[in-house]
Design a protein around this ligand. Structure first.
Ligand code: ADP
Ligand code: ZN
Length: 725
């Protein structure tokens, strides 16, 4: 018997199966989809068994033996095995990296992982009850025996009586120890569940999603913020569970949506598993096994939860479907929506993409009827959408202040009424760049071609790309004058200003204040419990949070994203402003939103003020058409990366020329150097492909990859439908 094994090395050269002989002892235990340990050159590696064959024309004598079988249960079932191949083909990644990305750390093929199951130790009787009379016990021993007489007891509870007596009884084999697997994480059961009756719009949405279960459909649930999408999701899931099916719910990031999780646990109790980026590796392993064993029907998680080994999936829900985090930025650069579509085909399941501001790509698919559009036009609690006003910061009389007169007076009013405020500034740190007012010198990262951000709390200049940090400069390294200034504004400086200007309790939420486990949840619940008046933060506060006490949302500077050269900048600005505006007035009192900007005429800002997604879609589509950008075409970004500048440059030019020759229906742009030209001391030249239909694309790009396969000075990075270029 021969097993074909895909080993753990991520190198493209070894991304194929190697054949091993299966020793007789293993012939019962060997299965497709488990991990084994195999000799590989001088190393021992782990790998996945992808195939088992009885005979082959290979010379069995020459094959090495499998050393060890790691798993008893299959890790990659047939569906997941096929899904990995789909990921590889779609992203041109290696097959091994596709499988590795699908699995939690404990189940990856990695010789070094050391994450074990966790067990509870129990003590039980090892003799028949009537034999007890044959023994003589002291008092402590008696107490122990009494406890176990009716069944097994946690060892820890008996230790408290007397460890030495317990050990004596164990040694005499009167008692025995048994191990039981335990889960390190269990969702907190919540009880205060109030069932809401769906309104007419919501009911219609639910019925549409359940209307045809014979085949798979993709529904775009386009509903304004607060229209009750989450209630629809839960009702739909309940219906599928009653049909014996299961559900995956993807959210942008769990720690930012604790309320969503809470609502699910109120309604579905412990039928929910969470795949949470902040769970420990052991906890993730336990949640994963719970899912694989079919012990829960619902999985909630971020992007990678799309690979959860649920069986019999009835529905996959992707909330805030426009969010860029559904696209993985490392290899394999997959998009969770594509994976969801593929899984829905396999399970004949329904896919629901929910958003108040769908991505242009998704809404276009709804327009051309590839997706089915379902609309929720009204807020569920009958509140109207908040009133938004735009403040033109060019016209502010008191130049240099971060707060307009209007925002300042609204903040004061709110504080006086004991109402809460959310302030958004999508830039962390204290000052966004450090410059010399004498010679114009700008402080840049030595590893990356990026300006450094000044952080006051640590008094350091930091690179937000590679983490480089240096002490604040007092003297300009260029002209030696003492004229260094920190310009631009980040959340840290606004926090300082708020404390200076207002008598308010301020809490800041950005990457710097949320680096520890549970930090998000703590901030969110403290603000929800009115321990703070003002929540200040970056875009992480804009996502689905529901704070009934908030009546004012202020955007300190709506222009941060517009300054970034990316064809999606307007779309991202519109989405962010709409989303953060939706945080206002979710309780009893109506909400207000103030957007400060230097671009008050920009359509993304004006239309966000009017909550007019459809008009934004029209305007933006016109521009995309004129400039030939998605959704009017597809984009591939190719990066030619090397530590050697000249080599990267030379090879990128030669690749671009060959692409032009070979891809006749494709526009080839570049090579060019972008805003992230140098990162971590490596240079990257970018080539952009734009095409509508190009049959030769995948085969040709595979050729390019193969050509550089053995060249370890050059790395080729390919990103289909990139988010950031
Ligand atoms: P979305 O996910 O679209 O932002 P939610 O599902 O969070 O909206 O609903 C917003 C608020 O309205 C929540 O507090 C929710 O409990 C409430 N809500 C939703 N549907 C109804 C309904 N049919 N009747 C009463 N309240 C509802
Ligand atoms: Zn850097």
């Amino acid at each position: 018997m021969i097993a074909n094994v895909l080993v753990e090395l991520a190198n493209r050269n070894v991304d194929k199966c190697f054949s091993y002989n299966v020793p007789k002892d293993f012939s019962n235990a060997i299965k497709v989809g488990i991990r084994v340990r195999v000799p590989f050159g001088k190393m021992t590696l782990e790998g996945f068994v992808l195939e088992i064959v009885e005979n082959s024309n290979l010379d069995i004598q020459k094959l090495k033996d499998i050393k060890e079988i790691i798993d008893t249960d299959v890790i990659l079932n047939d569906e997941l095995l096929a899904l990995g191949k789909y990921v590889k083909n779609r992203t041109l990644s290696t097959l091994i990296s596709a499988y590795q990305t699908m699995l939690p750390k404990a189940l990856k093929a990695q010789n070094k992982t050391n994450i074990n199951k966790s067990y509870d130790k129990f003590i039980e009787l090892n003799i028949a009850k009537d034999e007890i009379l044959n023994y003589k016990f002291n008092d402590k021993q008696k107490a122990i025996i009494e406890r176990v007489l009716t069944g097994k007891v946690l060892k820890d509870n008996l230790k408290e009586i007397s460890l030495s007596s317990l050990n004596t009884l164990l040694n005499k084999k009167i008692l025995r120890e048994s191990l039981e697997e335990k889960y390190r994480y269990n969702i907190k059961e919540a009880n205060n569940y109030k069932k809401v009756e769906l309104n007419a719009e919501q009911k219609e949405a639910k019925e549409r999603i359940l209307s045809d279960l014979e085949k798979e459909h993709t529904y775009l649930l386009y509903g304004v913020t607060g229209s009750g999408k989450t209630e629809v999701y839960m009702d739909v899931i309940e219906a599928f569970i009653s049909l014996g099916k299961s559900a995956i719910v993807l959210v942008p990031e769990i720690s930012l949506t604790p309320q969503m999780v809470e609502r699910f646990s109120q309604r579905f109790k412990t039928d929910v598993a969470l795949l949470h980026s902040r769970l420990s590796d052991g906890e993730k392993y336990d949640e994963y096994r719970k899912i694989a064993r079919g012990e829960v029907h619902i999985v909630i998680g971020a992007r990678s939860a799309i690979f959860a080994p649920l069986k019999n999936i009835g529905v996959i829900i992707i909330d805030e479907e426009h969010t860029s985090t559904y696209k993985q930025e490392n290899n394999p650069k997959y998009n969770a929506i594509d994976i969801a579509i593929e899984r829905c085909k396999y399970h004949r399941a329904q896919l629901v993409l929910g958003s108040a501001t769908p991505s242009l790509e998704s809404f276009t698919k709804a327009v051309v009827k590839k997706y089915e559009l379902i609309e929720l036009k009204k807020r569920a609690n009958k509140m109207s959408l908040p009133v938004v006003s735009i403040v033109d910061m060019n016209k502010e009389s008191k130049k240099g202040s971060y707060f307009s007169l209007e925002l300042k007076s609204e903040i004061e009013k709110c504080l006086a009424n004991k109402e809460q405020i959310i302030l958004l500034l999508n830039r962390r740190g204290y000052a966004s760049f450090v410059t010399c007012s004498n010679c114009g010198y700008v402080s840049k990262c030595p590893n990356c071609d990026i300006t450094l951000t000044y952080h006051k709390s640590s008094d350091m200049e930091r690179c937000h790309y590679c983490g480089f940090a240096a002490k604040k400069k007092e003297v300009c390294p260029n002209c030696k004058e003492k004229s260094i200034k920190q310009l631009g504004v980040g959340t840290e400086r606004i926090e300082e200003e708020l404390n200076r200007l207002f008598n308010a309790r301020v809490i800041r939420m950005d990457l710097d204040t949320t680096s520890t486990k549970g930090a998000h949840e703590k901030i969110i619940s403290a603000f929800r419990n009115f321990q703070y008046d003002i929540l200040l933060g970056t875009q992480m506060i804009a996502k689905g949070l529901d704070f009934p006490g908030v009546t004012l949302v202020g955007v300190i500077n709506a222009d941060t994203q517009l300054m970034i050269p990316n064809f999606r900048s307007s779309e991202y600005t519109f989405q962010l402003l709409s989303q953060v505006a939706g945080r206002s007035g979710r309780g009893e009192k109506p909400g207000k939103v103030i957007i400060q900007t230097f671009n008050s005429d920009h359509y993304a800002i004006k239309l966000a003020k009017e909550h007019n997604y459809l008009e934004f879609f029209k305007r933006e589509m016109k521009i995309r058409k004129e400039l030939n950008y998605p959704p009017y075409c597809y984009i591939v970004s190719i990066k030619v990366i090397s530590k050697d500048y000249d080599l990267a440059k030379k090879e990128s030019y030669s690749i671009a020329i060959k692409l032009k020759e070979n891809l006749k229906s494709t526009v080839v742009l570049g090579p060019s150097i972008g805003s992230t030209f140098m990162i971590n001391k490596t240079y990257r030249f970018g080539i952009i492909l734009k095409y509508k239909k190009e049959d030769n694309l995948y085969p040709y790009l595979e050729k390019v990859l193969a050509y550089y396969l053995s060249n370890d000075k050059i790395k080729i990075d390919i990103d289909f439908n990139p988010i950031n270029s």
